[in-house]
Design a protein around this ligand. Structure first.
Ligand code: GLU
Ligand code: MG
Length: 460
């Protein structure tokens, strides 16, 4: 408690990041949690109250986890009963005041706790932390991850054929420059911004971090993209697909394994494609369980318009070498250099995710599945280097691959019948995801693909 108080004094004594106006202690700060809907929700309290309340944060209600992104609350087993609280984690604080750009952001992300001070089973940040802890305890491994986000910007003229074009970049106006300055001010490690292939589609990447911090940064990044677009009088959307006839917005999760001394352990130059035995076992768990956890990483009805051939997303649960249609892609190591440098840069990319997913749940799914692969000491999956859409059923079986679920309903059924998922995440969370997402399907029922895309575009 004292630590937190001291930490708070330091934070409160600082001027708002990059702003020239010091915050007043009556200004509001929002204490948030990332939920099944993939939204950051919470309550705002004055800064002075954060100081007084310390780790108590704000009160929370179990049924909030059933608030869909579209209004209706899914059938809740808890009704109006029960209490929880969101305990702030001060390391996640965003405190940005950039009046010239219309940006005034003050929020924290926290953990949802029971009244006994235990992590709540439906707290996704807690689920990720506990998966990371198990991986470290059982195998001495740490996952570093980086979320690569694609999004649509509505403030630019959308013209097909300008993928990666300087002209498309220019049309984005001040968005890229401002966004990078905003992310930088928030302490995120800048990597790349690009005008992506789709009309008015953008992509932004940041540096890798240990799992929970990586998910924190993904959640922060999405909000700062939205805030920057809003400051420009427009909006941005991370919805899985904006126009059913165009490309999707992927969320690609880059990951690598490290030992507790900070040494990279994913790379082994003696093995095929450089995939170490440990990384191979981890990825074997990921591809094995992928159909069971897909609804956690591709959680919208429209996610499945994106997960089709020729969209450079993912269609099968395969490990592909330098293949942008593989569910897990072995990324190339750019540049020459010694083995130490190469193994530091070596990483894998999970591609069957989108921005409707909570980054915490998406990464917890990868960690839990990878952990199972390590626990069972599974062999490295056969690496594919071909287009699997023309593979016969027999060839797919030989490769150990299957077609991913083709709809959210199908993916939820796979999750519902997965004993692994129930054991890894707990029955309470799996039941909550099923209730929430089945309600979402009911909301979308009867709407055209375009109509669904429009709702998701507004929601994300
Ligand atoms: N837009 C593609 C997707 O939906 C990805 C394109 C790329 O490789 O960056 O995942
Ligand atoms: Mg991309």
């Amino acid at each position: 408690m004292l630590d937190l108080w001291l930490q708070w004094r330091v934070l409160a004594g600082q001027e708002a990041q990059r702003g020239n106006m010091a915050r007043s202690d009556s200004d509001l700060i929002m204490i948030c949690t990332s939920d099944i809907a993939g939204q950051l929700r919470g309550k705002a309290i004055p800064r002075r109250a954060v100081q007084e309340r310390g780790e108590i944060g704000v009160g929370w209600t179990p049924t909030n986890v059933f608030i869909t992104s579209f209004g209706p609350i899914a059938p809740t087993p808890w009704g109006s009963l029960g209490d929880l609280y969101i305990r702030p984690d001060f390391s996640t604080q965003v405190d940005l005041e950039m009046p010239d750009w219309g940006i005034d952001e003050s929020f924290l992300i926290g953990d949802v706790m029971t009244l006994d001070g235990e992590p709540w089973s439906c707290c996704l940040r807690g689920q990720l932390a506990s998966a990371a802890r198990r991986l470290e305890e059982r195998h001495g491994l740490i996952v570093k991850a980086s979320f690569e986000h694609e999004f649509h910007y509505f403030g630019a003229e959308a013209q097909p054929g300008l993928g990666y074009a300087l002209r498309a970049f220019r049309r984005l106006g001040p968005l890229p420059g401002r966004l990078m300055a905003v992310l930088d001010a928030a302490g995120l490690q800048l990597d790349t911004f690009m005008p992506e292939y789709g009309p008015a589609q953008c992509e932004v990447t940041i540096g890798p971090q240990p799992a929970r911090r990586a998910a924190d940064e993904a959640a922060i990044l999405r909000e700062l993209v939205r805030a920057t677009a809003r400051g420009l009088g427009s909006r941005a959307s991370f919805a899985p697909i904006i126009d059913p006839s165009s490309v999707g917005n992927g969320l690609h999760v880059h990951f690598s394994l490290w030992d507790t001394k900070g040494r990279p352990v994913s790379h082994d130059p003696q093995r095929p494609h450089g995939v170490s035995e440990q990384a191979g076992a981890f990825i074997a768990g990921v591809v094995k369980h992928l159909p069971e956890f897909l609804a956690m990483t591709a959680p919208a009805t429209t996610s499945y318009l994106r997960l089709v051939p020729n969209r450079w997303s993912a269609v099968f649960n395969n490990l592909g070498n330098q293949d942008r249609e593989a569910a897990v892609r072995i990324c190339p190591i750019f540049g020459a250099g010694d083995e130490a440098g190469k193994s530091t840069r070596f990483n894998f990319e999970y591609r069957a995710a989108d921005g409707a997913a909570s980054p915490y749940l998406a990464l917890a799914a990868l960690l839990n599945a990878g952990l199972d692969g390590l626990d069972r000491n599974l062999p490295t999956p056969q690496v594919t280097e071909r287009n699997l859409t023309d593979a016969t059923a027999r060839e797919l079986t030989d490769l150990g691959c299957e077609r991913l679920p083709r709809s959210l309903a199908e993916a939820l059924d796979r999750m519902a019948s997965s004993d692994w998922a129930k054991a890894a995440f707990g029955e309470t969370l799996i039941d909550a995801i099923l209730r929430h997402k089945r309600q979402e399907i009911a909301v979308m029922e009867g709407l055209t693909a375009e109509g669904q895309c429009e709702l998701y575009s507004q929601a994300y």
